[in-house]
Design a protein around this ligand. Structure first.
Ligand SMILES: [Zn+2]
Length: 419
């Protein structure tokens, strides 16, 4: 399978981009034939966007239980219904998430949720990339760590058994307030032994930090380092309530932050990610939407804009987090965090390419393409989405879209009647 994009805007020039199988093999003036030729005129090419914090199947909870405090929302609105989720719900909820991501230019996501085999099948059938971690809770029970680790290993094997190389297994301990330190330490060891990414919620709220101190007598982030959970394999969602000492610890352990500005603002976590302090220490910062129940969508264009605006607002400095940095966070930094060979449109990289329609009102005039992308565009300005060399959407049409919408709506209705 080969794809040729003719005459597309890339880094200020009009070029042809040629992809052979899953790789970008030529950029410039290309004269070879291709199986699939796309007219790139009036379109700009950017790398497929990378969403580093999702609970994909939570699309089924979209707009359920809004305008509530975090713990009330989780314990009264989300957890009671989540208890009834089955693999079929997860499959269609994830298909809906993948559909929304394809339609808004995201080609890879970092997920944490239940029934990982169903998530892997949804990734396989949708055509995008997913790093899939089994969510793990033990509600601070210190018993049977071996059984917990076996449960996680079984789920890693379940993802692998789907046989899709775009579906990558990872480990997903939920948070310091739902997983015991003993289990977290064992998960850190497993991650090192099996070279698996760890997807974790860290320092989302001030209450979480204070509760941890009260319960254990220790500071959260230093303790996570001590038990061996922190490493370059760690993607720490939120990382908002971190002190300068915590930031030094994140930096020396190579931890990546997944910043979720919309979820943080919606759930009022009470302060902004300390982005300038992270930059000063070289901590990689990527972007995530969080689940659809706390966002309520998966549009990374919106997330890039909110990330930039939140920093400007919080620091009282309009030069903070400029547009080009927001775009790099959503592309190059995200791909590096997930260890996938995408995030840049250069020869040799995997062919994850998004074409933006420059004839959309939001994109006219074209004084500054990157500023238009971050501050003006939204996901519906995406015309074409290519992942792994396969055209998943062209002229905004995704194959099988109607079925996904119908089945996901049915799954959600059925789930909410099951209580
Ligand atoms: Zn989350």
């Amino acid at each position: 399978m080969s794809v040729l994009i003719r005459g597309v805007r890339l880094d200020g020039k009009n070029v042809d981009i040629y992809c052979e199988d899953d790789r970008i093999t030529e950029i410039g003036s290309v004269s070879v034939e291709a199986d699939h030729v796309i007219d790139g005129s009036d379109k700009a090419a950017i790398p497929g966007l990378v969403n580093t914090h999702t609970h994909a199947a939570m699309t089924l909870f979209r707009s359920h239980g809004n305008d509530l405090p975090l713990m009330t929302w989780l314990s009264e609105k989300i957890w009671p219904i989540e208890a009834h989720l089955n693999a079929d719900d997860i499959y269609w909820g994830t298909r809906l998430a993948c559909l929304e991501m394809i339609k808004t230019g995201t080609t890879a996501f970092n997920d944490m949720y239940y029934h990982v085999g169903a998530t892997a099948r949804a990734v396989d059938d949708s055509g995008i990339r997913g790093v899939i971690s089994a969510v793990f809770f033990n509600m601070l029970d210190t018993g049977d760590i071996d059984a917990a680790i076996k449960g996680m290993t079984d789920q890693v094997n379940e993802i692998r058994s789907v046989g899709c190389d775009r579906a990558v297994p990872a480990l997903g301990p939920h948070a310091p307030y739902t997983v015991s330190d003993e289990a977290l330490g064992a998960i850190g060891d497993l991650s090192e032994k099996e070279d698996l990414l760890v997807h974790f919620h860290l320092a989302e709220t001030e209450k979480e930090i204070n509760d941890y101190k009260e319960r254990t007598g220790e500071y959260l982030v230093p303790r996570m380092e001590e038990i061996g959970l922190l490493s370059p394999r760690m993607i720490a969602a939120h990382s908002v309530w971190v002190s300068p000492e915590d930031l030094d610890i994140m930096a020396r352990n190579g931890v990546t932050a997944s910043h979720c500005p919309i979820s943080n603002m919606k759930l009022s976590v009470g302060r902004a990610l300390p982005y300038p302090e992270m930059m000063a220490r070289g901590i990689p910062v990527t972007l995530g939407t969080d689940g659809c129940a706390s966002n309520n969508d998966l549009d990374m264009f919106e997330t890039m804009k909110f990330a930039a605006l939140l920093q400007k607002h919080a620091t009282n400095d309009p030069t903070a987090l400029p547009a080009h940095e927001a775009l790099l966070m959503a592309t190059r930094a995200g791909a590096a965090a997930l260890s996938i060979d995408t995030g840049e449109i250069v020869v040799g990289r995997k062919a994850d390419i998004v074409l933006i329609d420059l004839k959309r009102p939001e994109m006219v005039p074209g004084h500054d393409l990157v500023s238009n992308i971050v501050y003006s565009a939204n996901g519906s300005c995406v015309n074409t989405t290519i992942c792994d060399g396969q055209v998943l959407m062209m002229d905004r049409i995704v194959e099988g879209e109607a079925e996904v919408l119908q089945k996901a709506a049915e799954a959600a209705n059925d789930l909410f009647c099951r209580e």
